[in-house]
Design a protein around this ligand. Structure first.
Ligand SMILES: C[S@@+](CC[C@H](N)C(=O)[O-])C[C@H]1O[C@@H](n2cnc3c(N)ncnc32)[C@H](O)[C@@H]1O
Length: 255
């Protein structure tokens, strides 16, 4: 890894260390209701109905979905570059008696042998990687034959005027009506950091499809996660609920 890449990853890790305390309070991050738990389980059962799978959650953060996978009967390993996010994940797993292995590791090159996992999962990670294509290639390496890569991401800021206006209007409404900090639970990257990431505003679905197919993944499928979004929206700040709209998807492919 070049010194410039190390520097980017340190900046990213620092941001998430700081955000770790409030991360789960945001309705798009921490699971807020039984309805949302049910919606997530329903979505994942469509993608991998088998039980007892070995799942690697790359960029697992506070382990919100690692915990859900463990509850669904899978054997979960989570890696992240933020110590504070991992500390939160470990405390939550301990409190719930969940047997999950959490450790520090770079999602772009997970420190595991070839063919170690049935599923490599990432949510809200690809957008913050300096080398997303390399990451996808290495996810394929650690997957066993017929294993699946499962990616959840979206485009929060497409860079258009409409997307910027919607975002600012949503933040303003949340601040004005609910007196809540609209940035709570987010990392808030600087312009300098954003400029060093290829997809700082989110990764378009077509781009992820391209990463998967050029890496040799087959049977690529896309799911819209409407049920999950509807459940999350019930607990989102008003501004975000009524003003914001963006592309959000789950995409998977088979090795
Ligand atoms: C938006 S959070 C998502 C956390 C979790 N996946 C979730 O959906 O709740 C992004 C996470 O990716 C982690 N991250 C960013 N770059 C990483 C890298 N190169 N390797 C491992 N983790 C990384 C951050 O530390 C942070 O915890």
């Amino acid at each position: 890894m070049s010194s410039s890449e190390i520097q980017i990853k340190e900046m990213v890790a620092n941001k998430w260390d700081l955000a770790s305390e409030t991360f789960d309070t945001h309705a798009g991050h921490g699971i807020q209701s039984q309805k949302e738990i049910d919606a997530w389980k329903h979505a994942f059962l469509k993608v991998f109905p088998e039980k007892g799978l070995k799942i690697l959650d790359v960029g697992c953060g506070t382990g919100e979905l690692s915990l859900l996978f463990a509850e669904m009967g899978h054997k979960v390993t989570g890696i992240d570059i933020s110590r504070q996010m991992l500390n939160t994940a470990k405390s939550k797993a301990e409190a719930r008696g969940a047997d999950i292995t959490f450790g520090e590791g770079d999602a772009e090159n997970p420190p595991f042998d070839t063919s170690s996992f049935d599923i490599v999962f990432s949510r809200h990670l690809l957008w913050t990687l300096p080398n997303p294509k390399t990451a996808v290639e290495n996810w394929k390496r650690v997957l066993r034959k017929n294993g699946k890569v499962v990616i959840i991401d979206g485009v929060w800021d497409s860079g258009t005027l409409e997307s910027r206006v919607r975002r600012s209007a949503g933040d303003f409404l949340t601040l004005l009506i609910e007196r809540k900090n609209p940035k709570k639970g987010h990392a808030g990257y600087s312009d300098e950091l954003k400029a060093r990431l290829p997809h700082a505003g989110g990764v378009p679905l077509e781009k992820v499809k391209e990463y998967l197919s050029s890496t040799g993944f087959e049977k690529i499928q896309v799911f819209d996660l409407k049920e999950v979004r509807a459940a999350q929206k019930e607990n989102m700040p008003l501004g975000e609920r009524i003003v914001r709209s963006y592309q959000y998807y789950l995409i998977c492919g088979r090795k």
